[in-house]
Design a protein around this ligand. Structure first.
Ligand code: SF4
Length: 714
């Protein structure tokens, strides 16, 4: 039996795994005791990873050969790699010649490795000439990116997991790490057991497993997080719980924020949030007066039409109380996906360039063009996820290349997404699994290697870069994602840059990573001191790790100097705004979505493991037991959930953890489990038939966690 050290491909905790293999077959997995994210622990998803690579899964669920669909609606036919890449290159060439480069778009994934991100980004921006490249990370953490940049000057989570051991108050808001980041939550449990005086506050509209563990649960009304933070800040000002020395020495903009906060006294904030005033005051006191306060946050803040405002409102609290840049203190955004951070670093999103650069900056575009050896990068702003599908639905985007993600299940407002996929002239899907909902819309299917079969790197929530390693070769004709990109790119170069040396002649993932590394040199995330060899010899490392450094950086801003032009952090004064999809008499309930403990995203990987359904085996709409009799409903009914965009049919479950006038459903359920259709009657699949695509104006992250719905017995 061989053993290969790698990283779990599920969540942003980024646990180290040891893959056991016999020949070309993965046979087992266990936690890596030397990995600093998990020290040998794995959750149920991680510990069953080998069951996603059984011979049966390889034969029945994996995409093993390139395929094309001669006619829309017809069957797929296999073809060879060279035919597939030539066909793609011919079609992209024709579309670009007729409609220009912005008629081509790429929709990629936080599941990809940093090297894959780099290859896609260079293809889109450096060769095709479009900024139309966005990622499913737009649905996950783009509000956190913009929040950090606006407040602290750079997209850099300042904390480490190790800060849990030093925090006196942990403030979890818009997150349920007990289920969504289980190994990190175990570290929190250990830290609290070691330091029983630690205060734990959980802010969540639901009484989650994380909330059960808290000293104080603020069960706020959905979407009212900004009001809560403004009210807490008002309390801190009134009670003199501020760190005025820190504000004076290291920040700017407090006067404007104070004016805004004046209009949100704690009593009013408590009324808007639907919580007790005393609870709000207690949370504010613990947050401000504890020697060190660490906040953990995720989709509850990010997936919102006020996503950036929610992020900056929380960071305002940290800055006003000096709870940042010290052991155990700081605003710590948790990433959902295993490599959302790597995608941010490589600039694999419409609003980013490599090395935390800005596509709106001519100087930044020039720097990357020089590094890549291309004349210039495109100037026209790229379309973000929802904008991209809207443009495709209008017929402006003709070719859409999707990699390692399943937008026909995971994007909000599925009616829009399906119109977009049908209207495109060319849909390319690069995937490991053959039967995702998006595959039905693909003209070309490209088999991709996946976990256990490919080499590269990922970055977890605490800025820690880990190696991902191949334990076995990819099955069938599957190839690493970066290699597929380079193969097509070289076909395009033959048409667009004949006779010139190839920019995509990479023979391994490390060559791509070294190009990416150069883009970070001198930037806030500088990793010029790292190499594959160092990561192999010394294990995962946190950035920044500049040339000459001997170790990574556990905590940022300890000197009080922030990444802004003048070194001062900024208070951002954004008012509370109600969510976009307002409840009314027809749609009186607010539908929230979230994660289950044992499933991941659209279940294309976790759904192949029978054991993972033993925790929750079927979808259900959860509502407060108080709501049922007055709406003529009973526990166990089959109900129709209607939103302004579509409807779902689900069994109903009474849940004491849900407040009246709210409903909740897990996000993972797709075509095999949920019957959904659009408001126009088109059959749609999965939970997102009902969710909405309104998005935050700054981050463009859609509001997946707030949809107004009605519920009726079938
Ligand atoms: Fe994998 Fe996340 Fe579980 Fe760790 S906590 S084993 S990274 S799913």
């Amino acid at each position: 039996m061989a053993e290969t050290r790698s990283t779990c491909p599920y969540c942003g905790v980024g646990c180290g795994v040891i893959i056991e293999s016999e020949g070309a077959q993965i046979s087992g997995v266990r936690g890596d005791p030397d990995h600093p994210a998990n020290f040998g622990r794995l959750c149920t998803k991680g510990s069953t990873l080998h069951l996603t690579a059984t011979p049966e899964v390889l034969q029945t669920r994996r995409l093993l050969t390139p395929q094309w669909r001669p006619q829309r609606g017809g069957a797929m036919q296999p073809l060879g790699w060279s035919d597939a890449t030539a066909r793609i290159a011919d079609k992209l060439d024709a579309i670009r010649a007729e409609h220009g480069p912005d008629a081509i778009a790429f929709y990629i994934s936080g599941q990809l490795l940093t090297e894959d991100y780099h290859a896609f980004n260079k293809l889109a921006r450096g060769l095709v000439g479009t900024n139309n490249i966005d990622s499913n990370s737009r649905l996950c953490m783009s509000s956190a990116v913009v929040g950090y940049k606006q407040s602290l000057g750079a997209d850099a989570p300042p904390c480490s997991y190790e800060d849990l051991n030093h925090a006196d108050c942990v403030f979890i808001t818009g997150a349920n790490p007990a289920w969504a980041h289980p190994v990190l939550f175990r570290r929190l449990e250990d830290a609290r057991a070691a330091r029983p005086d630690m205060k734990l506050v959980v802010v969540d509209p639901r009484r989650t497993e994380s909330a059960e563990f808290a000293d104080l649960h603020l069960q706020i009304a959905p979407g009212t997080d900004v009001a809560l933070c403004l009210g807490m800040l008002h309390a801190c000002i009134w009670e003199e719980w501020l760190d005025r020395d820190f504000i004076a020495a290291h920040t700017e903009g407090f006067a404007a924020l104070k004016d805004l906060v004046r209009g949100m006294p704690p009593r009013e904030a408590a009324r808007i949030c639907g919580i007790a005033l005393d609870d709000l005051m207690q949370a504010a006191q613990w947050f401000a007066r504890s020697p060190a306060t660490l906040s953990l946050y995720c989709q509850g803040l990010n997936q919102s039409s006020s996503g950036t405002a929610k992020n900056t409102a929380l960071i305002n609290l940290h800055l006003a109380t000096g709870q940042i840049g010290r052991a155990g203190a700081g605003p710590f955004s948790l990433t959902g996906q295993p490599n959302a951070m790597g995608g941010r670093e490589a600039g694999g999103m419409a609003t980013l360039l490599p090395g935390h650069r800005d596509p709106g900056s001519a100087a930044h575009r020039d720097e990357i063009a020089r590094l890549w050896g291309v004349p210039a990068l495109p100037e026209t702003p790229g379309k973000t996820a929802v904008e991209l599908f809207e443009a495709a639905a209008r017929g402006e985007i003709k070719a859409l290349w999707i990699a390692c993600t399943n937008p026909a299940q995971s994007m909000p407002d599925q009616a829009l997404v399906r119109r977009a996929l049908e209207r495109c002239e060319l849909v390319i899907l690069q995937e490991a699994f053959a039967d995702t909902a998006t595959a039905a819309y693909a003209d070309l299917l490209l088999p991709a290697a996946t976990w256990g079969e490919k080499e590269g790197t990922v970055t977890n929530s605490e800025r820690r870069i880990s190696r991902v390693r191949a334990a076995v070769p990819p099955p069938g004709q599957a190839r690493p994602d970066w290699q597929i990109v380079c193969d097509v790119a070289q076909q395009l170069e033959a048409r667009w840059r004949p006779g010139q040396p190839s920019l995509f002649a990479h023979t391994g993932s490390e060559a791509l990573w070294l190009e990416h590394r150069e883009a970070t040199r001198g930037r806030d995330l500088d990793i010029s001191g790292l190499s594959y060899a160092l990561l192999d010899a010394q294990g995962p490392q946190q950035w920044p790790f500049p040339e000459g450094a001997t170790k990574g950086t556990a905590r940022l801003y300890q000197d009080g100097h922030f990444a802004t032009a003048n070194g001062r952090a900024r208070f951002i004064a954004k008012p509370y705004q109600p969510a976009a999809d307002k409840p009314d008499a027809r749609y009186p309930l607010v539908l929230n979505t979230g994660r289950m403990r044992d499933q991941w995203h659209g279940m294309s990987r976790s759904g192949v493991v029978g054991r993972l359904f033993s925790h929750e085996g079927t979808p259900a709409l959860r509502m407060s037991p108080q709501d049922l009799p007055r709406r003529g409903l009973s526990d166990g009914d089959l109900v129709r959930v209607r939103s302004r965009r579509g409807e779902l049919v689900l069994p109903l479950l009474a849940d004491e953890g849900i407040k009246p006038a709210q409903a909740y459903v897990a996000m993972h359920w797709g075509q095999e489990f949920v019957s959904g259709r659009s408001a126009q009657g088109q059959a749609l699949l999965g939970i997102n038939a009902a969710t909405q695509s309104a998005y935050c104006p700054d981050s463009k992250q859609p509001e997946l966690k707030f949809s107004s719905v009605s519920v009726e017995r079938l």
